[in-house]
Write a protein that binds this ligand. Structure first.
Ligand code: FES
Ligand SMILES: [Fe+2]
Length: 377
């Protein structure tokens, strides 16, 4: 697989980690090129609906009985009001979606069933023209995924190495045990790259992650076009797998079938949200064990927080990155993918000129944008 893989020779310079224009391009254009998990499969059931928010977009995820889950903008097509307010963590039983403003009523397939005083519209009124705005939605493994653009990378390719190396575990881990979010004072790329960094683990996490991953001499890297993998022998037997995935995600797989899915989503140029989901096969873990596992992971992630926030200050000072180490190849692999996206948008050689970047973004993000607006702009 390595032969298909392009590894760049140096780290990205500081400018993609800074500034409002790059931040907006990441949220609008880069994000639209990939699928995003929005809910655990175990949190939504047939006949239910849940509200989710991702990149400031409000969505409804519905599961019509006997069909597959579907995703819609949480906006009534009449005057743009949301059907429900705020995100919920689990599905709610629902037969009809009724708009709180003028009462238009939809089924879970997004079809308009009825509008109040339907015979009195100014023009002929055709219910079929006024369904909810749908976006792509799929189940894969323990997660429900959406894509904002039909130009997004096929989900099979986005998850290729997981399917190839851990497909059985991925599909068996049905139960989400915990969902936690934390804010980090750094650009999302710094946090993402830190989690792709196999050079720092023995130094920065000697009593936490390093104990799970074992001796550095046993580390094995694998690459597909869009994914990378660190494989280490787990102290209790079997393989401990750490996948790096676009756009900003990671999957940790324990030999006993536990999974941790980790994302770093952009909030501001120098702020991101870490989201951690823990999964196990149904009824496979006592709550106390699941809580202990969560605490252990949050401890090692807390060790990273100080490091990534310090690195952000370096990038803010126009720091020039040094030489990559062999154990940082997963960072170079992801940066190669990201560089290609920048190049195809025509912004790789732009130095720190934010107005120029903004103009290029304006001219290249007309199609397939994830977010209509960009917070902080
Ligand atoms: S905005 Fe929903 S019915 Fe008018
Ligand atoms: Fe770390």
């Amino acid at each position: 697989m390595l032969s298909e893989t392009v590894l760049t020779e140096s780290f990205l310079p500081a400018w993609p980690y800074r500034g409002e224009a790059m931040h907006c391009w990441d949220r609008q254009t880069y994000a639209s090129k990939y699928w995003h998990p929005v809910a655990a499969r175990s949190d939504l059931h047939p006949g239910e609906v849940m509200e989710v928010s991702i990149l400031d977009q409000q969505l409804l995820i519905t599961w019509p009985a006997g069909e597959q889950p579907r995703a819609f903008r949480n906006r009534c097509p009449h005057r743009g009001v949301a059907f429900r307010k705020g995100a919920t963590e689990t599905g709610q039983t629902c037969r009809r979606l009724v708009c709180p403003y003028h009462g238009w009523t939809f089924n879970l397939r997004g079809d308009l069933l009825a509008a109040a005083r339907e015979a009195e519209f100014e023009q002929d009124f055709d219910r079929q023209k006024w369904g909810l705005q749908e976006i792509s939605c799929r189940i894969d493994g323990p997660l429900i995924w959406i894509a904002f653009s039909d130009q997004a990378l096929p989900l099979e390719e986005q998850l290729q190495l997981i399917h190839a190396e851990a497909g059985e575990t991925w599909n068996a881990a049905q139960q989400q045990l915990h969902l936690r979010r934390r804010n980090l004072a750094c650009n999302w790329k710094i946090a993402h790259e830190n989690t792709l960094d196999d050079y720092h683990v023995a130094i920065a996490h000697p009593t936490t992650l390093h104990r799970e991953q074992g001796p550095v001499r046993d580390y094995i890297h694998r690459f597909s076009r869009c994914n990378n993998l660190l494989e280490t022998p787990h102290p209790s037997g079997g393989r401990f797998l750490t996948f790096g995935l676009p756009p900003w995600s990671h999957l940790l797989v324990w030999p006993d079938g536990r999974l941790a899915f980790l994302e770093f989503m952009p909030d501001k140029p120098d702020r991101c949200s870490m989201q951690l989901r823990l999964f196990a096969t149904r009824d496979a873990m006592e709550p106390a064990s699941a809580d202990a596992w969560l605490r252990q992971l949050l401890t090692f992630l807390e060790e990273d927080k100080a490091l990534v926030e310090s690195a952000q200050q370096g990038y803010d000072e126009q720091f020039k990155p040094g030489p990559p180490h062999r154990l940082e190849r997963r960072i170079l692999h992801w940066q190669g993918l990201y560089r290609k996206k920048l190049e195809s948008a025509g912004i790789i050689n732009v130095e720190r000129s934010q107005p120029t970047i903004a103009a290029l973004i304006e001219s290249t993000s007309a199609t397939g944008s994830a977010a209509n607006g960009c917070s902080g702009m």
